[in-house]
Design a protein around this ligand. Structure first.
Ligand SMILES: Cc1ncc(C[n+]2csc(CCOP(=O)(O)OP(=O)(O)O)c2C)c(N)n1
Length: 373
């Protein structure tokens, strides 16, 4: 009686058929077969890894068997290349500006040009982007581009993206939210909460992990076990694809397809694995920008003259922007204290006076062009 009651409650199979070879367990996760083998699956070093999808060889040759559900037109290909080459120029000049002391901090996207441009190209202008930064002042934001201002604490952008996606779903919008993150950020609790909420709420959100093998000085080998970040998707009940992040055509196709499926009700985290820690030098030789340019040139969509003109124009654009930024008067040191309270509390006043004393004794601490008060 109790057994029959329990089996009805737990939806267990009828006990009389319990030992039949075809018997299956009605598990909360779905119907699963029984086994007499005591086998532990998975582990820190999986035997099989998710392969990396690519469409071009490193030498820019098209791979004939590559599945391309979203072909790239000449106009789009040229636009993508211009963005990738401009990003390279921006990186070079800003990196130099930082080394000359003209900027407080800068980090390049070297090697990630295809990942960021290829994925952005696959989005709708109304899709909401939640990107990851590393440190001010390179925490961009743009209302016009639906690009949320980057928040400094790692991985907080991931649950934000899920919330935005869920709101889109409830309002019946046909847009998606996109969370970009690094494999280091994927270790934060927020990352797991976001993946879990996204899966259970069926929110139209894409998780795009840029796995560049390092979180500052922590190598990926110390960051996680198992098959990377894309390998986690199965546990959350999400579909995932691993992409060669140096192949802009592959990234574009993967993100466009993920977006289509997400709007159909499937959630896809896209794991971009494109470099291991040991492949640093080899990766530098695999410049995604020249790889994509080689493909464009092979099709007759781009030539040397266009290349020269683009490089000169973007260089001028970045230099002009740097000069314009340098000409803006710097805020004084005192505004560290004056822009918080209307009436400054005593302890803050004491800190301000102490700071003034300090910079009087050590004027070299104040960056060039910054007034004290
Ligand atoms: C919660 C939190 N912890 C630490 C930091 C400092 N921090 C800034 S960037 C970074 C590394 C991020 O690595 P990853 O997510 O792999 O992205 P990558 O910078 O390699 O693109 C760290 C630890 C932070 N911003 N927020």
């Amino acid at each position: 009686m109790l057994a029959r009651h329990l089996s009805r409650q737990l939806k267990l199979p009828n006990y009389s058929t319990f030992n039949a070879p075809e018997a299956q367990l009605e598990h909360p996760a779905g119907r699963v077969p029984y086994t007499e083998a005591l086998t532990f699956l998975g582990g820190p070093t999986p035997e099989q890894r998710i392969p990396a999808y690519r469409t071009l060889t490193d030498a820019s040759q098209e791979l004939d068997a590559a599945q391309l559900p979203h072909p790239i037109t000449q106009a789009l290909g040229v636009k993508m290349y211009q963005a990738m080459a401009s990003l390279q120029t921006l990186d070079t000049l800003c990196y130099e500006a930082q080394r000359q002391g003209r900027m407080s901090f800068y980090l390049t996207s070297t090697g990630e040009e295809a990942t960021v441009v290829g994925s952005a190209a696959a989005l709708d202008p109304q899709d909401m982007v939640f990107a990851q930064g590393r440190q001010m002042p390179i925490h961009y934001g743009s209302r016009e581009l639906c690009y949320q201002t980057i928040s400094s604490p790692l991985a907080t952008q991931m649950p934000h993206a899920v919330g935005a996606a869920y709101a889109m779903k409830l309002s019946g919008a046909s847009t998606v939210a996109v969370a970009f993150f690094g494999e280091g950020a994927a270790s934060e609790g927020d990352a797991h909460a976001a993946l879990q909420f996204a899966a259970t709420l069926a929110a139209p959100v894409l998780f795009i992990c840029r796995n560049n093998g390092y979180a500052i000085s922590t190598p990926a080998s110390e960051q996680y076990k198992g098959d990377g970040i894309a390998g986690r998707a199965a546990g959350y009940g999400m579909a995932a694809v691993r992409v060669d992040g140096g192949d802009a055509r592959a990234v574009y196709n993967a993100v466009a397809e993920a977006r289509r499926l997400a709007l159909q009700g499937t959630r896809l985290p896209a794991g971009h694995r494109y470099r291991t820690a040991d492949e640093m030098r080899a990766w530098r030789a695999r410049d995604p920008v020249s790889r994509f340019r080689g493909w464009l040139q092979g099709r007759g969509w781009w030539d040397e003259m266009q290349e020269q003109a683009l490089r000169v124009a973007t260089r001028k654009e970045v230099m002009d922007a740097l000069d314009a930024a340098a000409a803006v008067p710097k805020p004084p040191v005192s505004c560290l204290f004056t822009d918080v309270y209307k009436n400054m509390p005593g302890h803050l006043k004491a800190q301000m006076d102490e700071t003034f004393e300090l910079v009087k004794r050590h004027p070299e601490l104040v960056p060039l062009g910054v007034p004290v008060a």
